[in-house]
Structures are given as C-alpha cells and as structure tokens.
Design a protein around this ligand. Structure first.
Ligand SMILES: [Ca+2]
Ligand SMILES: [Ca+2]
Length: 141
C-alpha cells in the first residue's frame, strides 16, 4: 500500500457569498463556485457548512447563487482505490454491500464499476471486501 494522505474536511466551513449591494439600483454580487477534486476519503457532506448564496440588493436583483461540485478521482494508485465505494465519507456496511451484491462481477459486466474495484484487478471479490474491513469506521467522527 502506498503513501496515502487525508485532507480532513470534517467540520469544513466555507463562505462564497459575494457582497450585497446597499446602493440604489445595484444588483447583488453572484455567489462563488466551490470545486473539490479528491482521491480519498474527504468526510461526509452532512458535516460541511458552505454558503454560496448570491448577495442581496437594496432595491434591485439579488445575485445568482454559486455552485458546489465534488469530483472523485478513481485512478488506481499503487494498485488501489479509496474504499469509500458509495462516496459518503465513511467506510461502513453500505460500502461492503455494494461489493457483496455484485460479487464476482468483472469489468464490463452489469454491476461492476471502478469505484467498487478497490484493488484494481477488474474483479469484485474478497480482496476488495478485505480493504473495506481494514478501513472499517474510517471517516466516522
Ligand atoms: Ca462509504
Ligand atoms: Ca478487485
């Protein structure tokens, strides 16, 4: 297993609100864009507090709300992927079930996906499930 780092986002608080307008006839500013590109476990969305709302205006239009995007990188590193199969920030039974209900599926078959193939060999089997076991409760706060 290679060197794995974790960027802890539990309790993350970000604000992307652009300023409101207090002058007459001026629109509020637009909210920002938050894009998180990640490879491993980043913590569950419910623990995050972010506000990308558009700014208000005294007597004109409020700004547009911003956007939030999560992009999980499923590239194999040292032959493995992160075991958070369902991408909810914790390693629990739901991750195990994703593999067990598709046990012995191989690349190209219905039910197979790269996210489930933790040990990247094109098969869903006990080796992938063992990785969930080794990481059980990881990400739990
Ligand atoms: Ca999970
Ligand atoms: Ca596998």
């Amino acid at each position: 297993m290679g060197n794995k780092s974790k960027f802890g986002l539990a309790g993350l608080a970000l604000s992307g609100i652009l300023g409101g307008s207090s002058g007459p006839g001026n629109d509020g500013g637009n909210g920002g864009s938050l894009i998180i590109n990640y490879r491993g476990l980043v913590g569950g969305d419910p623990s995050w507090d972010y506000n990308l709302s558009g700014g208000s205006s005294l007597d004109a239009s409020a700004g547009s709300d911003g956007s939030f995007t999560k992009n999980k990188d499923l590239t194999c590193v040292d032959g493995e992927r992160d075991p958070d199969v369902n991408d909810n920030g914790v390693i629990l039974a739901a991750d195990y079930i994703q593999i067990s209900t598709n046990y012995n599926k191989e690349t190209g078959e219905s039910g197979f996906s790269d996210a489930k193939d933790i040990v990247c060999d094109g098969k869903l089997n006990v080796v992938d499930i063992s990785r969930i076991g080794f990481n059980w409760f990881r990400g739990q706060i």
